[in-house]
Write a protein that binds this ligand. Structure first.
Ligand code: 4AD
Ligand code: MG
Length: 479
């Protein structure tokens, strides 16, 4: 029989019934005539405490029940005598599937640093913090599919191996089966990719958008949700070399519709987490408060986690153009006092310090910036009448900076080709993309949400390496 999870047992609370819990020992505490064993099975942040009378269970078995051991404990569920839990299990039978050498088990029942836990990513899901994060991550992924399904979007599986770098979103990882020591060469002495597995150069995708657009031109509204890869050497708390992205793409949507969707989407997801992950979020809120106690006031989060999340759900995002944002930044105190590391002027890309000034100081709300200079944005964005800007939009979040990037797309074939040539993209690699503008082109828009940046926001964690089970970053691909 499959065991009931602790989440279900606590929900049903069938006092007086014999039940079996299966999980991992978090702590074991000897008291006068009883032993208290805390079990967690990952289904919830809550443990169940088993109460063992040593005379009831063989000593050699009790001996193996240590922090980290995998066990099954059978007993009667009773109201708890102690504080801290409503029910507990009076153990009558214990199976130890695997014990854990206390000298060697790295997860001692004490606080470990996040840096240390990254080194033991194979075990960190067993901590309260990572259990909570991974359950929230799951809930958000589920909510994403639910959101789109409710609105008539189709989940489109775009390829992970791609022959084009048309996006230009970042450096790519090459996919090849050629022998790096002895690759075949062509008559010019360069590597002959015709001999490679796919008969051409291929890479891991940086985005599913271009193929997503093909889907939208047939199904109307689609979304992708898959892994994307960027070999940029940015060792920051907001970048991963492998991250997950959600990219909706909608025919007949203009920029305003795109912004409305992005705002509704983010609010829906944050609300879903608040409604469905309350224990885990409450735990992370407390964790964050403890963590920040030692920080200076201005370094602490301005709002407790749940208040911050409710704020996003209940307040509309501030919308303004890039040009307006630049004026605000130019006139801002930190700019006048020379406190920005990067100077601001019309035409330059906004740095994270500028984005965070707008969100955290100027507006104190999520911000959607639109109409960026065309030179700093991708070739596919719809060109505006002014000849200088494109119909781009970035959604900026407190503590995160850019969480979504998107745009209305250039649907005019001639304008698109002109831009493709200006930035020097080979037509051969994206001929199929260009053809959509020849055969029944229509206005359309879309955006990309960085999944880990969303999980960062909802969990209140500060480093993106701590919201994905097995992070990939420069010089690090363990596990
Ligand atoms: O702004 P980006 O590069 O946009 C695109 O890739 C478009 N094709 C999206 C579209 O219009 N369909 O990336 C989108 C989002 C960013 O806003 C950010 O949240 C996240 O992806 N992102 C990263 N997250 C983690 N690590 C990285 N290295 C990231 N690069 C981008
Ligand atoms: Mg971007």
């Amino acid at each position: 029989m499959t065991p009931k999870t602790i989440a279900t047992i606590l929900k049903d609370a069938q006092i007086g019934k014999e039940i079996t819990i299966k999980g991992w020992v978090r702590t074991k505490r000897d008291s006068k005539n009883v032993i208290f064993i805390n079990i967690n099975d990952g289904s919830t942040i809550k443990n169940i405490q088993a109460v063992v009378v040593p005379t009831d269970i063989e000593e050699s078995i009790i001996h193996q029940v240590v922090t980290g051991a995998g066990v099954a404990i059978t007993g009667i569920l009773t109201p708890s005598q102690g504080s801290g839990q409503d029910v507990e299990l009076l153990a009558s039978h214990i199976i130890v599937y695997g014990t854990a050498d206390p000298e060697k088990y790295p997860l001692q029942p004490k606080k470990h640093s996040l840096e240390f836990l990254r080194e033991i990513a194979h075990l960190r899901p067993r901590t309260n913090t990572f259990g909570a994060i991974l359950r929230i991550r799951h809930a958000l992924a589920y909510a994403i599919h639910q959101f789109f399904n409710e609105r008539g979007f189709f989940y489109l599986h775009t390829p992970i191996i791609t022959g084009s770098d048309a996006e230009g979103a970042g450096e790519m990882f090459r996919v090849t089966t050629l022998d790096p020591k002895n690759p075949p060469l062509n008559d010019k002495g360069a590597v002959d990719y015709k001999e490679d597995f796919f008969g051409r150069e291929t890479n891991l995708t940086v985005s599913g958008q271009l193929e997503g657009e093909l889907g939208a031109m047939a199904l109307g509204k689609i979304y992708t949700f898959g892994p994307t890869f960027r070999a940029e050497n940015s060792n920051t708390a907001r970048h991963l070399a492998e991250f997950w992205m959600i990219e909706p793409e909608m025919a007949f949507y203009e920029l305003e519709d795109n912004m409305d969707l992005a705002e509704e989407f983010l609010q829906y997801l944050v609300k879903y987490a608040l409604d469905n992950c309350s224990d885990d979020i409450a735990f992370l809120e407390k964790r964050l408060l403890d963590e920040e106690k030692s920080l200076k006031k201005e370094e602490q989060s301005p709002l407790p986690l749940r208040e911050k999340l409710h704020f996003v759900v209940n307040n509309s995002f501030k919308r303004l153009t890039y040009t307006e944002a630049i004026k605000i930044l130019e006139n801002s105190k930190p700019n006048k006092k020379g406190q920005f590391k990067y100077p601001v002027s019309w035409g330059t890309d906004l740095q994270s310090e500028h984005e965070r000034y707008l969100v955290e100081k100027e507006f104190n709300a999520p911000v959607i910036l639109t109409d960026y200079p065309r030179e700093i944005k991708s070739f596919y964005m719809k060109q505006s009448e002014d000849g200088k800007t494109v119909r781009a939009m970035d959604v900026l979040f407190p503590g995160i900076g850019e969480i979504i990037g998107g745009s209305q797309r250039e649907e005019d074939y001639d304008k698109l080709i002109k831009r493709v040539d200006e930035v020097g993209i080979d037509h051969e690699t994206i001929w199929w993309y260009l053809e959509t503008r020849k055969f029944g082109t229509v206005p359309h828009s879309g955006f990309g949400l960085g999944f880990e940046r969303l999980v960062l926001f909802v969990t209140g964690m500060k480093n993106i390496r701590d919201v994905i089970p097995f992070p990939r970053t420069p010089k690090s691909a363990n596990f």
